[in-house]
Design a binder for this molecule. Structure first.
Ligand code: ZN
Length: 481
């Protein structure tokens, strides 16, 4: 292939309780500016960073889930640069020249839902590092704002910098990889990728073995795909018209849909990397047990488990994407629900209704209880209600009010099976013909029509009774087709 893509994905450890080197919160969202700070993350003189347990455990767990070679000790490095939102004038990160990163040489195995193929992308390394603060531009953004506001709530938040080998071959593949990476890290409790600013990606793109161009700070997986596609096209056109691709850093403009050259970026040597003198190396061994405890569940193991139950892959995929849906299924099965029936009901009908109603799919309270779903499954199983009725009448009600009980939703009063049989037969001419020609299965269709008729009027019906009445009619020769 003529396209080579390598990625650097920065993922915030939003699920850590603390920042990397102090006890301030890792999830600063919704807080007033500069309230989630202390002398350490403000970079005040004399304040010493102390590596915190939570981010270290999450970093180690991430490395294990990506089959990494772990170092014996975590060693931190200083990277110097000046920027208003970096009060210390250096960032504490990791660098392979000075002690090893938290992961060296791993891989992520995941399912690509475009081709339904398992892929394995090699990870070159993972660094554990601190996020800088935020520069906030009021009125008109960076170009027009008269001043810059500095918010240090984010300063010191733990980040993983995940660097892949340049092995991805298309923009789509790059996007799928990042989605798989974020899903994996979400499952082991490292990050919540839906939080604003929880990740950003840089992409290195080269074609025909030429110079690589780095696109910085892409904030969504959709933008990642667009930015890489744009960059491939730009480089192709450049070569086609006799130009040469130069090594440079570009910025993705999501509004205009183009990449543009960025200011000159420091060379590696300009960062003056040096071992962090304030933090002694941290041994990994004492943290391994807690890190391992995080790894009970991965989306890929769950996918295989659902597939082995006979659940179609599209539905299994849909379920692992939305964890509350997956958990609902896994809780409803032991209560007597049928896995295949429930998977379809949850992954297609219920999820669809919730989406239509604009509900947040990741909020557990928006989903009905496992008990209600197991009950529905059993009622369908014994033939008391049929699937279409549930889909059309029960699911929309549960989607708008998940705490409704089935007793409140299901019909009251009984339908008259004789009358209903006549209506069902009259409405099912083709099925009646088929049945009379000897296709016995056509009977089920006619019964289904009768049951739906009753339910649509809010009445219950025993499918066996209506089946008997229909059979009587079919055998009586009174039918004119
Ligand atoms: Zn702090």
């Amino acid at each position: 292939m003529h396209v080579k893509i390598g990625l650097e994905v920065h993922v915030q450890l939003t699920e850590s309780r603390t920042k990397l080197f102090c006890g301030c919160k890792a999830n600063y969202r919704g807080m007033k500016p500069n309230t989630n700070v202390c002398p350490v993350c403000l970079g005040l003189p004399g304040a010493l960073p102390v590596p915190q347990k939570d981010p270290l455990i999450l970093g180690i767990a991430s490395s294990i889930v990506m089959n990494c070679r772990l170092p014996g000790k975590v060693v931190f490095t200083r990277k110097h640069y000046f920027y208003p939102d970096l009060p210390k004038n250096y960032q504490i990160t990791q660098y392979k020249g000075y002690g090893t990163p938290i992961c060296l040489g791993g891989s992520l195995r995941y399912l690509d839902p475009d081709e339904w193929e398992w892929r394995e992308v090699r990870i070159s390394r993972i660094n554990l590092e601190e996020d800088p603060g935020r520069s906030v531009y009021e009125e008109g953004g960076i170009m027009r704002s008269k001043y810059v506001l500095i918010d240090l709530n984010r300063s010191g938040v733990p980040l993983l910098e995940i660097v892949t080998e340049p092995v991805l071959k298309s923009a789509r593949e790059a996007r799928r990889f990042v989605e798989a990476l974020l899903l994996t890290l979400e499952y082991i409790g490292v990050t919540n990728p839906r939080l604003e600013g929880a990740f950003r990606a840089d992409a290195n793109v080269s074609i025909y073995g030429g110079e690589r161009v780095e696109i910085k700070n892409i904030g969504s997986t959709l933008d990642l795909e667009k930015a890489i596609n744009y960059e491939i096209l730009r480089q192709e056109k450049l070569i086609e018209f006799g130009g040469k691709v130069i090594r440079e850093t570009r910025h993705w403009d999501p509004i205009k849909g183009v990449t543009r050259p960025l200011r000159h970026k420091e060379e590696e040597s300009e960062y003056l990397y040096m071992p962090e003198p304030d933090i002694p190396p941290v041994p990994i061994e004492p943290l391994m047990k807690e890190a391992m405890a995080r790894l009970k569940e991965t989306p890929w193991r769950r996918f295989e488990e659902l597939s082995s139950m006979g659940i179609p892959r599209e539905q299994a995929w849909s379920l692992i994407q939305t964890r509350p849906a997956l958990e609902l299924l896994l809780m409803a099965i032991p209560l007597g629900g049928d896995p295949i029936l429930l998977a379809k009901l949850i992954a297609i009908d219920l999820k669809g209704e919730l989406k239509k109603a604009g509900r947040n799919l990741y909020h557990r309270d928006n989903w009905p209880s496992p008990k209600t779903l197991a009950q529905i499954s059993k009622l369908i199983d014994v033939g008391s209600i049929n699937y279409d009725y549930v889909k059309l009448n029960v699911i929309p009600k549960l989607a708008s009010n998940p705490i409704l009980s089935l007793e409140e939703i299901l019909p009251k009063g009984k339908a008259n099976p004789k009358k209903l049989a006549i209506i069902a037969v009259n409405l099912s001419r083709k099925a009646v013909k088929d049945y009379l020609k000897g296709r016995k299965r056509a009977l089920e269709y006619i019964v289904g029509v009768g049951v739906s008729m009753a339910l649509s009027k809010g009445l219950s019906i025993d499918p066996r009774e209506i089946r008997n009445e229909i059979l009587k009619l079919l055998k009586s020769n009174k039918i004119n087709i």
